[in-house]
Unconditional design. Structure first.
Length: 180
C-alpha cells in the first residue's frame, strides 16, 4: 500500500498561483514550488512531470475559471458575448491578470500550447461570426480587450487605467453598434 499524498495537485496549483501573484512568473520553478509547499521536488514532479506541465495546468485552470465567469451560454449574441467578456475582464484581479499574461507568454513557447491557444481563440471568433455589422463590432471590441490584456505584461495598469480603457472599449462598441 502506497503512502497517502500529503498535498494535492489542486493545492500545488494554489501555491503556484501564489508564487506567480507575489513573485512573478519567472519565480515559478519546480524547486520554488516544492520549497513553498514543504515537499521534495520529486513530490512536485509526481503531480507535474515538468515545469511546462505545471504551467499548462495553471493556464488550463485559469482558462476554465475565466470561461465559467464569461458564461459560455451558446445562445448569447456576438455583442452580448463580448459584453460578458468585458464584464469578466473587469471582475478579474488586475495584478493576477498581469502575472498570468507573463506566464502565458512562457506557456506559448511550446508549439503544442500555441496550437491549443489558437484553437480557443478560433472558437471565440467562430461564435462571434462575421456576417453582420454587429458581429464585426463585437470582434473589434474583443480584439481591443485582448490587446489591453497583453499590455498588462508591461504594467499598463500600474496607475489604475485598466477600468478606463475598458470603458473606452465599451463606448466604442456602442458607437459601432449605433452606426450599424
Amino acid at each position: 500500500m502506497g503512502r497517502k499524498p500529503t498535498i494535492t495537485r489542486g493545492q500545488l496549483l494554489d501555491i503556484a498561483e501564489e508564487i506567480v501573484r507575489t513573485e512573478g512568473a519567472k519565480a515559478l520553478t519546480v524547486e520554488a514550488l516544492a520549497r513553498a509547499a514543504g515537499i521534495s521536488k520529486g513530490g512536485v514532479q509526481y503531480s507535474f512531470a515538468s515545469k511546462d506541465e505545471l504551467v499548462r495546468a495553471l493556464i488550463e485552470r485559469w482558462t476554465s475559471q475565466f470561461d465559467a465567469i464569461l458564461n459560455t451560454d451558446e445562445t448569447l449574441s456576438a455583442v452580448d458575448l463580448i459584453r460578458s467578456y468585458i464584464r469578466s475582464m473587469r471582475a478579474s484581479q488586475p495584478a493576477m491578470n498581469a502575472k498570468m499574461a507573463a506566464l502565458m507568454s512562457t506557456y506559448l513557447q511550446n508549439p503544442a500550447n500555441m496550437l491549443e491557444t489558437r484553437q480557443w481563440y478560433q472558437g471565440v471568433f467562430d461564435r462571434i461570426g462575421t456576417a453582420s455589422a454587429e458581429a464585426q463590432a463585437a470582434r473589434v471590441a474583443f480584439l481591443a480587450v485582448e490587446g489591453l490584456f497583453l499590455l498588462r505584461i508591461v504594467g499598463i495598469d500600474e496607475d489604475g487605467a485598466w477600468a478606463e480603457f475598458l470603458d473606452d472599449i465599451e463606448a466604442m462598441l456602442n458607437r459601432l453598434l449605433d452606426l450599424a
